[in-house]
Design a protein around this ligand. Sequence first.
Ligand code: APR
Length: 319
Amino acid sequence: MNMFQKPKIAVIGAGMIGGNLAYMAAKKGLGDIVLFDIVEGLPQGKALDILETTPIEKINSNLIGTNNYEDIKDADVIIITAGIPRKPGMSRDDLLSTNAKIMAQVAENVKRYAPNSYVIVISNPLDAMVYLFYKISGFHKNRVMGMAGILDASRFRAFIALETGISVESISAFVLGGHGDSMVPLPRYSYVGGVPLPHFPGMTSEKIESIVERTRKGGGEIVALLKTGSAFYAPAASAMAMTESIIRDQKKVFPAAVYCEGEYGYNDLFIGLPAVFGGNGMEKIIEIELEPNEKEALDKSAAAVESLKENLKTLNFIT
Ligand code: APR
């Protein structure tokens, strides 16, 4: 990017999340947007539709849709949503072999055409998909991250707001671990108006347990309602917040799937941990004190992610 060029954002997969991502990025004026998909006409149609909102919305972004990977050349940020979503009754892990094939193809092309990009993976099963991208691309760990924790934390915040009647803006929440049923919402590090959740008036341990459970199953709740696919507005908004923090060097802290080299005792593993996101991508993992039961839950979640990694080896996607 030269001094006067807008950032270039490429969205791979122009489905439900991809289309919303492109629209949100345009509305935020984050840069020029390239929407890629293998389905002919789909990214072109969505990009043109969004472009036609720009006069009304006063947006100065260019948008193109494409089926040609060359068009993502030199993108600054790449967001990967390619893959199939789950249907009722499926877990995210059931998507592994189908989406791994797709991710392998995407990673080869991103490596070829946008070797200096920052990459945010959304495709599920998230922790395994971001690991696979990392391995195939060979990108530095600061350039590769998975969107999950920010979404899980946003769901946690929304449910706390519904329970307390307090504005979501006065609520913060913390979720660690893999993006699956073993994720670890941490009430002790979640706050309502600056008060730790367990100390908030009227907040019983039963209420906290039910909010935590709803958070863990938040994705499944939407899948059961939609029946034809999975959540897309909140996942797109979550990835957009990460993208904005990188492009505008905001240095916000979000939980996200990040590559561990010893942090929290994990090695060669992507798992949801709090990290700083800024102009250098995933800039730093923040290590916090965990109580024994919290660490045990995180270890259980890490073991679940580790077993998906083993499946990727068995299926010959990685060695
Ligand atoms: N290359 C690029 N795009 C692909 C490829 C590929 N090889 N294979 C499929 N796609 C595209 C599809 O054509 C589709 O347009 O990926 C898009 C996925 O969009 P949706 O089916 O609408 O799924 P979405 O809800 O956006 O979810 C995408 O994110 O949250 C995860 O579990 C979810 O893995 C899923 C992904």
